[in-house]
Design a protein around this ligand. Sequence first.
Ligand code: F0G
Length: 434
Amino acid sequence: MSLELSTEAPEAPENAVDGMWLECIECGETFAPFEAVRYTCDDCDSLLEVRYSNLPTWDDFDGDGVWRYSAALPFDDAVSIPEGSTPLHYVPRLEKGVGVNRLRIKHEGMNPTGSFKDRGMTVGVTVARELGVDRLACASTGNTSAALAAYGSRAGLETLVLLPEGKVAAGKIAQAALHDARILEVDGNFDECLDIVQELAARGEAYLLNSLNPFRLEGQKTIGLEILEEFRQDHGRYPDRIVLPVGNAGNTAALYKAFRELVQAGALHPRDVPKLTGVQAEGAAPMVEAIENDADEVRRWEEVETKATAIRIGNPVNAPKALPGIRETNGTAVAVSDDAITSAQRALAKEGIGVEPASAASVAGLQKLVNRGVVDEDEDVVCLTTGHLLKDPDAAFEAGNEPEPVPNDTDEVLSHLEGQSTGRGGILKRLLGR
Ligand code: F0G
């Protein structure tokens, strides 16, 4: 497989267009980028990657958001809302609590539709427009459907989303509905929805915008580029490790590709590549199983369950790209319980950072690895939080405080508060000089 960290830039094959082509990660077959709709290799059906003969360095990046990195993307101009430039939060108390030298939180919930999917969709939907397709489709645990609906609407294209019935958080369905997607609820899990969408795409019924689509991952590379640039600006070095939640393993694959391309361009020393560390929920952890067993392939889990519904996935389709990413960067993978996810969600919320359960898995995983001594207390770590708190209001209610009914009367409200021992009233009174 040609996915290792190599310092050599690839040479363009004859079918490259403007120094860009698609290449099979298994057999190396190459294809012109936009000559036909294609998601996998015609010869061996393996995953495709977008390749470039000209790889940019830091000086080639200019502007804001995802399109700051257009030199590393297939286009300059796009269907954009816009997306990217998300905050890299300092979390001093959480950093101390977890026990690492430095912890920053890259909050992807601050994208236009509230998740990192917008970075992939701005590129993917632009490709769809280039190809001239008229219907877009995806299977989704929710966030992809919200992003596809918004970007599809922005581009004036029809969108179709297939969701596992009863397993998608309320905020995400609300987004898909209002952004005018046709929502098909399937009596099955996410992996089965993806099987159906792949068949619809193969029959030419719709253009597939799941992360199997190699162009989507191009946009998601920019998460890694932003983290490296900002961390270096703030701390004069790159983070030792990036910890991220894993479902289909698209982000793991995309960050690894971003780092490989920087190394090939001479913009990043191989020893400075952060260790990619994936976190899954215990009830849906096929990638963790493969890493722990040193397996070449991931076994599809037919039964999956977790309250982190965004990563309730048993068949991570990007595993052939992501497994080498974790291994080549000396990273690892770990599974966490739903209770640990909720604790991490609360700990982030106490720092003012509101995330959905799947996002909190990154912090829960980091804590587990620190406790086990796998992650050193000297390390500088960035945790990726992938989706906003409001995506899953039910999970937030469950993890947070209960609303307290009070009478419509100030004195009664005060006596209710005095009946509670929160201590907050005392501090407020002192501040007010009473
Ligand atoms: N976190 C959130 C909030 C997600 O929505 C997803 C994936 C992931 C993490 C996992 O990312 O697939 O790149 O490993 N959600 C997809 C969806 C499957 O349909 O919204 P990955």
